[in-house]
Every structure is written in structure tokens, then in C-alpha cells.
Design a protein around this ligand. Structure first.
Ligand code: FEO
Ligand code: CA
Ligand code: CA
Length: 636
């Protein structure tokens, strides 16, 4: 694979269509999955009225979903339901401050300009209300597409190009104002800020200062520079933003002959980088020169969006891996619980439980809650007789427990957190089909996680078919759901089932690749990725998958966003994106009447998108604003 193909593979892997001759499908048939119906619908799962719920799913009568579905699309535009309108809020390269150059189409933006422009490839985002007409949007800028950013350079990168790319990464914090015609970005707004790959960040929690985090530039191991590959997000009730560092290995490499340690290899570090070439121009990313620098990435970073002078904080208690999002809930017992996915084939699902309790009457006292607590990793037990539901447990990743001892290579809690993946393997955690976003229901203790796809399932020895990962060479993905024992997010165990198996009933007819009963010819999709609830309890699903519209993906069109009723299991397509994009990132205004949605990497690999400006313009990742013409609640 070329460097660029490797990069692409890591950020939004193109799954392979399985060879049917190799396919090892489970003995379960689609009919049986339906028959166990149960598999569908919270009520079916949690109580005893599967029949009525199954009918609701089949007939499309969900009381939660009030919009007319949109068909699949391959057009280079964004489509929303009848009665809805969509506008552009901001695109890659738009200046956040006066005196900063406007975006230059076809390349040529300087690093200095990019450092004060909206970053590239927007991903997860959160809405922070300030007053009735003012709010803050904190938005991740995950990575960049060099073929679009530097069309004039090919692979002949310069130091200036690398600086520009570094400035396009990180987080953009925007002040937005509610005008007569809706929410708009305020240039020079009080909260406007760019955080990028060179912004100073405190390292905090149990791994702070550990020798593995020390570098020549920071001998104490307490102050890192920058955040990169910021995928999805989270927010806290004390008003901070959580940004999650995902494929951080892509930026590291070296031209020197070195041996990569097993620990670095487990995190995907290799002498050859993924094509970003930062290590050629910035020795911080050269593995031979700075072997500990990679340990300072792969964390969840907490940012105070209301204070543009604040120092972001890397919270090491939440573990180091390829973080997708950070779904934070306050348990009924007062502890802060954060659910965390590690998005790589055969990696794991984690849970952090704070030591302290949340105090709603003293937000200042909550500020350090993410520094002390216990990290756990999920083990799913297979259902009886192959049923797609069962029990699970959270295994503690604490020093001295569950084999996490010095003899087994874990000398301290800090080492467990820095090498969380190795610790998860040590304790026998379940290897998953790429855990992406986790979303907790706003009103009841039930949690959902997208497992986007996994071509290695049933192929690699450590990734057997079974439990919540029931399909070999899984190229469609699924959403697993669990209910903590006793309704407490801090409980040791849970019951799981599959909310949906994405698939293609038109191509496959029967069997697990057709998808679960709530998938039909009108709502099929592949590779669920972003998910989140609105306050009404609707589950929104965004996709990052194959958009070929051919073969196993025929009839699925471009990447899209759907809306589900978590009780009935009904899923309805809400939006379709432009060519070669991924739909990722969602945030609602508190009145639920404005939905902010991210369109990431339209036209990647130069496949011919000109979104959003049209003509022959450069395609640009953008945040869109969706409202109803009648001013009503989105989705209702
Ligand atoms: Fe950045 Fe796993 O998506
Ligand atoms: Ca993805
Ligand atoms: Ca994602």
C-alpha cells in the first residue's frame, strides 16, 4: 500500500467485501435472529412485550420519529427531509479572526493563516450555552487530506507544509450568536480559539511525570505539546470539552534503523509513517530522536472552552489508546462514569469510574474528577445457543489485580494506563469489531456502542466470531447495547444485545449479512460510527463506510445519518451527504430546534466532490446547520 492508502486505511478503513467462499457464517439464520426477536427493541430486551415492538419496527409507527425518510443518494450534496432546511455554518479554512486571510481555493494557505482559520476534517463537537443568544461550539479537527490540502506538492512536502498541516489539526472553539436567521459564527468572538498540534498541554493524573512520558524538551513529563487526530468528543456537566486522540501513530516515524518495542508496535508505531511526513521536518515526531514522544499522545484531553487562555489537560486516568469518544454520565450514585471505545480491529471497550462524586452545587470542585478513579475493560460472554444477547462484565485495570503485576510487565498503575491495550489483553478483554462512539440514553440506564466493521473477524486467531461480534469479515458493522446490572453505571456486570446488525437485505436476502429485522431496503447503511442521543431519546446514527453503491453496498449510496427509536428499534434515514464524505459530529441546541452536523473529507482521494461551494472548487469539510421550516424539534 502507498503511504496515502495506509493513512486512509487507518482513518476510515475501506473494508473488503468478503469472499463468500471463505465466509464462515454462524449457524444462525436471519429468520432465527428475527424469531429471537427479541434481539430488537429495548422493551423486547428488557421486559416482555416483543410482539408489539416488533410490529412497530416493521410498520414504521414510532411515535418518536416524525419525519419522512430520505432515499439513498450518490449526489454531491447534502439532502435532508421534506420540511427541513440545511445551511453551511463554517468550512475548513474560514478565518476565525479579523486580519486572517480567507481560505485559498486550490491550495496555498499559509501555516500562519491556518493557525487562525477553522481546522480541517471537523469531527466530534459539543454545544456549550452561554446565554440565550450566545453559545460556544467546540469542534475537533481530526486530520487532513494532503491530496486536497497540497495539490501542488504531491509528496514533496516542505517544512512549511508540515507546519500548515499541524495547524489544521486539533480543536476549533467558536463563538456562535443566534441571529434572526439562525446561529452564525462570530468572527473575533470572545471564545474563539484554535488549539493545534503545538499548543501546550498539561499532563495530569496517575501517569503524570512517569519516565515513559519524559522527553529531552520536557524532562519532568508534565507538559506536552499539542493534540492530534482528534476524533470524537464528550462534554462534562461542569462545562468542559473532552477531545479524544485517535490514530496518533500515523504522525510518527523515522528514517533511522531502530527497533520498535512491542508496546509501541501495539499502538501501531512503525518506522514508516502514514504519509504525513511530520517526522522529516519536526524531530518531535521522529521515533529515533524522541522515543517517548508517542506516549504523550493517545489520551483524552479536557479543555475549558469558556477560558481561551486555559491550558488543556491530558487526563491519563482514562487510559491511552486510540480513543474514539468519551461518553460521560453521572451515575445515580454520584460517580462520574466515562465510556470509551478504542477504534481498531480487535481492540476493546473501556469504562472509567471516578473516585470522587459529582457535586452539582459546586462545579469548581468537580474540575479534577477525571484525575482519580478506576479504569475497566469489557468482557462480553456469548449468549446461550448462539443467541445475540448475553451477559458481560467490567474487569478492573488496577495494579496488583487480575494479573496486572510487575512479573507480567506492569510495574505501576502509570504503566497500566500508558499501555492500556497491553493491560486489556492481560486480563482477557473481548476483542471487538472496532468500537467507535458510545452513547448513553439521557433518561434511562442503557448504553449503545457502534462497532463499525472488522475485516479481521474470524480471520485472526485473537478475533473469533461470536458474542457481540457475530459475523466473519464483518463489512457492515453493528450497534451493541448494554444495560448495567441494577441500572447502575458503576455495577460490575451488564446484559447486552445487538440493537442493529447493519447489512444489505437486497443483496443477501437471508442470513446475518442481510442485517437484523430493523434493516430494510429503505434504510440500509454500513459502518455506523458517530452516535448520540437528543433530549427526546432519539438515537442518531452517522456512517463512515463504503460509498461505492456497488456489490454488497448496492443501494446504500453516500454516507448518511439516520435516526432510531431505541425502544421499537425502528431506524429511518434522515440525511445523505455529498460524494466521498463521512458524516460525523453532531450537537443540538438546548431547545432541540437546531442540529449541527459535520461533513468530513468530501472528495477524499480526489474522487470529484466540490462540496460545499460547487463549481470546480476545492472540497472542504464543513459544519452544517439543520432546522425545520416550521421551527419545530428536529426529528420529531
Ligand atoms: Fe476517527 Fe474511529 O473514527
Ligand atoms: Ca470510522
Ligand atoms: Ca469516527
Amino acid at each position: 500500500m502507498s503511504q496515502f492508502e495506509r493513512k486512509d486505511e487507518q482513518n476510515h478503513p475501506r473494508t473488503q467485501v468478503p469472499e463468500f467462499t471463505q465466509m464462515v457464517e454462524q449457524s444462525l439464520s436471519r429468520r432465527r435472529f428475527l424469531g429471537g426477536a427479541a434481539a430488537l427493541g429495548a422493551v423486547a430486551f428488557f421486559s416482555a412485550s416483543p410482539v408489539s415492538r416488533a410490529i412497530a419496527a416493521a410498520t414504521g409507527n414510532s411515535p418518536l420519529l416524525g419525519f419522512k425518510a430520505v432515499p439513498a443518494s450518490t449526489a454531491d450534496t447534502i439532502v435532508v427531509p421534506e420540511g427541513y432546511q440545511v445551511e453551511r455554518l463554517i468550512s475548513w479554512g474560514d478565518p476565525l479572526f479579523s486580519g486572517v486571510a480567507e481560505f485559498k481555493d486550490k491550495g496555498g494557505n499559509t501555516a500562519a493563516d491556518q493557525a487562525k482559520q477553522f481546522g480541517d476534517n471537523n469531527d466530534g463537537m459539543s454545544f456549550f450555552p452561554v446565554d440565550d443568544n450566545t453559545a460556544i461550539l467546540a469542534i475537533n479537527n481530526e486530520y487532513c487530506n494532503y491530496e486536497i490540502m497540497f495539490p501542488h506538492q504531491g509528496k514533496n512536502m516542505s517544512a512549511e507544509d508540515v507546519k500548515c498541516a499541524q495547524a489544521a489539526h486539533g480543536v476549533s472553539v467558536l463563538t456562535i450568536k443566534k441571529q434572526a436567521d439562525g446561529w452564525r459564527v462570530e468572527k473575533d468572538g470572545k471564545y474563539n480559539r484554535r488549539i493545534d498540534a503545538n499548543t501546550p498541554m498539561a499532563i495530569s493524573g496517575p501517569a503524570k511525570g512517569h519516565p515513559l512520558l519524559q522527553t529531552a524538551a520536557d524532562p519532568k513529563g508534565e507538559l506536552a505539546l499539542g493534540t492530534i487526530n482528534n476524533c470524537a468528543n464528550g462534554m462534562t456537566p461542569w462545562g468542559t470539552y473532552l477531545t479524544c486522540e485517535e490514530n496518533v501513530n500515523k504522525y510518527f516515524g523515522t528514517r533511522e534503523q531502530i527497533e520498535i518495542s512491542p508496546a509501541l508496535a501495539r499502538y501501531g508505531m512503525a518506522a514508516e509513517d502514514a504519509g504525513f511526513l511530520w517526522n522529516r521536518f519536526d524531530p518531535r515526531f521522529d521515533l529515533a530522536k524522541n522515543p517517548n514522544e508517542p506516549n504523550r499522545f493517545g489520551w483524552v484531553v479536557e479543555i475549558d472552552p469558556k477560558d481561551p487562555t486555559s491550558t488543556p489537560i491530558k487526563r491519563t486516568a482514562l487510559g491511552r489508546f486510540k480513543h474514539e469518544n468519551a461518553e460521560l454520565v453521572i451515575d445515580k450514585d454520584g460517580h462520574v462514569v466515562v465510556y470509551l471505545g478504542d477504534d481498531e480491529r480487535g481492540e476493546h471497550l473501556y469504562r472509567f469510574v471516578s473516585k470522587g462524586k459529582y457535586n452539582p452545587n459546586d462545579q469548581a470542585a468537580n474540575r479534577e474528577l477525571l484525575d482519580e478513579g478506576t479504569l475497566y475493560v469489557a468482557k462480553f460472554h456469548a449468549g446461550q445457543d448462539g443467541e445475540l444477547k448475553g451477559k458481560g462484565e467490567w474487569i478492573e485495570l488496577s495494579h496488583g489485580k487480575n494479573g496486572l503485576t510487575k512479573e507480567n510487565g506492569f510495574a505501576s498503575q502509570a504503566e497500566i494506563l500508558i499501555h492500556a491495550r497491553l493491560a486489556a489483553t492481560q486480563v482477557g478483554a473481548t476483542t471487538m469489531d472496532r468500537p467507535e462512539w458510545v452513547a448513553a440514553h439521557p433518561h434511562e440506564p442503557v448504553v449503545f456502542c457502534t462497532l463499525t466493521n472488522n475485516k479481521n473477524r474470524g480471520v485472526k486467531d485473537n478475533q473469533p466470531v461470536g458474542g457481540p461480534n457475530p459475523r466473519a469479515e464483518n463489512h457492515y458493522g453493528q450497534i451493541v447495547r448494554w444495560r448495567p446490572t441494577g441500572g447502575s453505571h458503576t455495577a460490575a456486570g451488564f446484559d447486552w444485545d445487538l440493537f442493529v446488525l447493519a447489512g444489505n437485505p437486497t443483496v443477501h436476502g437471508e442470513g446475518l449479512y442481510a442485517g437484523s429485522a430493523n434493516i430494510n431496503a429503505d434504510n440500509m447503511f454500513n459502518s455506523p460510527d458517530g452516535i448520540g442521543f437528543d433530549q427526546g431519546g432519539r438515537l442518531w446514527i452517522q456512517t463512515d463506510g463504503k460509498y461505492s453503491n456497488e456489490g454488497d453496498f448496492a443501494g446504500q449510496g453516500n454516507n448518511q445519518m439516520l435516526c432510531a427509536d431505541p425502544d421499537s428499534g425502528e431506524i429511518r434515514r434522515f440525511l445523505t451527504g455529498p460524494i466521498a464524505c463521512e458524516i460525523t459530529g453532531l450537537a443540538f441546541s438546548p431547545d432541540q430546534k437546531t442540529l449541527f452536523v459535520g461533513v468530513q473529507h468530501p472528495g477524499e482521494d480526489l474522487v470529484g466532490s466540490h462540496f460545499p461551494m460547487g463549481g470546480d472548487s476545492t472540497p472542504r469539510s464543513s459544519v452544517m446547520i439543520i432546522t425545520r421550516e416550521d421551527g419545530g424539534i428536529i426529528g420529531a
